[in-house]
Ligand binder design. Structure first.
Ligand code: HEC
Ligand code: HEC
Length: 473
């Protein structure tokens, strides 16, 4: 046993060694770099994440130019034969007519002035290339050679989930009727669904659709026909999983009944998703699930994706045959998607609700509609205020909403997701429900009236519609 004096000597020695070690390591850190102070303020962190997420949403191709450019050669169709590509090329007039949007804030003052004066030709594909060089076309990025010709082209989330405001209606050419409140050239409205965008017509321009025809097991002419059947504001995310191009079941809008309706669904907004459990029309999964799904499987970015539900060959024959449920095993440094999912999710959840323009709905009628929504019309039993979807597992069987099961059967849970209908005034174009089967809100309300035996009087239906137009999230 040590005597107290000996103990002091020993502990003193240990303390001295510890202090000396600290001093040395401190000096070592001084020599290299100052120890990094980690800022633990979650608010600052959230702001930085939202800013990075916004950049990804608007500008990140995730390396997908290897697909849209190198494989499909879409850039050659944009350029046109006169500039070294193929075909007539895509003039700004054509680009705007297929629903592409131009960001006015990316244009120098001088160009804005000339556009406003009509001093820039909208029929020349070279102008489209100039717009791409300025990074002014929403959701499309051109990759240019040093000679100035287009080498490739990539797409971003903003292509389908953005539009521009109506600040410059005079700059919208032709007989294009944009979404309510939106134009062709204006300030970005991130996450609004672009209901003017004809994705199918744009993809069908690509000179080489072998990538699709090989996967789908049909010829390129058939692929083009299917793409051209989609129409504006729609895209078919499930086509490359199950190869089902159209709905053979009966689709009724309450007046006309049709079969073989194209399988494409309306592009939904990418805002208003906070507090919402499952996403997409058929509830495929969370926001990060779907963002990874789209970035990998639809945009053809370079990343990693895992969803073993796609191995179900009976439901997803094409996905199962091509191993889409487990894509690919790459090293983290090559993965251009996964590291961005967190910020991308943050950004989408942070987007504030668009506000219905003053005078766009009748306030008194909306107040009466509010009572009906959670009362006689029973809407609030699924569209629960204020997330406007069911808190929890927000899926319903096709029978519950009295429609056919075609699209529900193309997703793992065989159900439809209760649409979060906040800010629905931003997407009244293209119809309602996943395939736009109901042209108007009147048709939607009439459908529920019959489906759920609501017995709504005409005035009550009108009030309910005014309330729907007033919703925010
Ligand atoms: C080619 C057009 C297109 C592109 C590009 C695109 N989306 Fe979508 N997005 C759609 C369509 C169509 C749906 C509906 C799919 C369905 O229900 O099957 C959808 C659904 C969504 C949803 C679900 C919304 C809801 O109401 O639950 C989110 C979130 C989303 N997309 C985010 C993104 C993000 C982030 C990107 C970029 C990584 C992206 N999308 C790229 C067309 C697109
Ligand atoms: C049983 C649950 C349920 C009830 C009750 C219900 N809805 Fe829905 N609602 C849904 C589902 C599910 C969808 C998505 C349909 C689809 O994907 O085609 C939807 C879609 C909608 C849409 C279309 C959204 C869009 O973006 O196209 C509107 C509008 C709507 N509902 C309004 C109402 C109103 C008004 C009522 C009351 C009269 C009501 N809903 C009652 C489940 C419900």
């Amino acid at each position: 046993m040590l005597r107290p004096t000996q103990w002091l000597v020993v502990t003193g020695g240990i303390l001295w060694i510890a202090t000396a070690t600290l001093a040395v390591s401190g000096a070592r850190q001084e020599n290299h770099k100052k120890p990094k102070m980690i800022d633990q303020d979650p608010v600052k962190n959230a702001t930085a994440k939202v800013e990075r997420g916004r950049h990804t949403f608007r500008f990140d191709t995730f390396g997908d130019q290897a697909f849209w450019g190198d494989t499909l050669k879409l850039h050659q169709a944009i350029e046109g034969a006169a500039l070294g590509g193929v075909g007539p090329g895509v003039s700004p007039r054509t680009a705007l007519a297929v629903g592409l949007k131009v960001d006015i804030d990316a244009l120098p003052d001088e160009i804005r002035g000339r556009l406003a004066r009509g001093a820039i030709s909208l029929d020349n594909p070279a102008v489209t290339l100039a717009l791409l060089k300025l990074n002014a076309v929403l959701g499309v990025t051109g990759v240019f050679n040093s000679s100035g010709s287009l080498q490739s082209v990539g797409i971003q989330c903003a292509l389908c989930h953005s539009t521009v405001d109506n600040s410059n209606p005079s700059l919208c050419v032709g007989a294009i009727v944009p979404n309510p409140g939106t134009g062709c050239i204006g300030h970005r409205l991130d996450a609004w669904s672009n209901r003017d965008l004809n994705v199918g017509a744009i993809v069908a321009l690509a000179p080489d659709l072998t990538a699709f025809s090989t996967v789908l097991g049909v010829d390129q002419t058939t692929v083009r026909k299917v793409l051209q059947s989609w129409g504006p504001g729609k895209f078919d995310a499930e086509l490359i999983l199950d190869g089902k191009a159209s709905n053979p079941q009966q689709v009724s809008d309450g007046v006309v009944t049709r079969t073989n309706v194209p399988g494409a669904t309306l592009i939904p907004p990418a805002f208003g998703l906070g507090g919402v459990n499952l996403h997409t029309w058929t509830g495929w999964g969370s926001v990060p699930h779907w963002n990874a799904f789209v970035a990998n499987l639809e945009m053809h970015g370079v990343g990693r994706f895992f969803d073993p539900r796609l191995e179900n060959a009976a439901q997803f024959p094409i996905a199962a045959a091509h191993g889409f449920g487990d894509l690919p095993h790459i090293i983290p440094d090559d993965d251009l998607i996964t590291s961005k999912l967190s910020d991308l999710q943050f950004y989408q959840l942070a987007i504030p609700s668009p506000q219905p323009p003053a005078g766009s709905f009748d306030q008194a009628a909306a107040m009466r509609g509010d009572e009906l929504f959670s009362g006689k019309a029973k809407c609030n039993s699924c569209h629960v205020e204020p997330s406007w979807t069911d808190p929890g597992w927000n899926l319903h069987t096709p029978a519950e909403i009295c429609i056919d099961a075609f699209q529900a059967n193309r997703a793992p849970d065989l159900r439809y997701r209760t649409s979060p209908i906040g800010a629905i005034f931003t997407h009244t174009k293209g119809g309602f429900y996943h395939d736009g089967r109901f042209a108007t809100l009147t048709a939607v309300v009439d459908h529920y009236n019959t489906c759920m035996n609501l017995n709504l009087a005409p005035g009550e239906k009108g009030d309910l519609i005014q309330y729907l137009l007033s919703l925010t999230f």
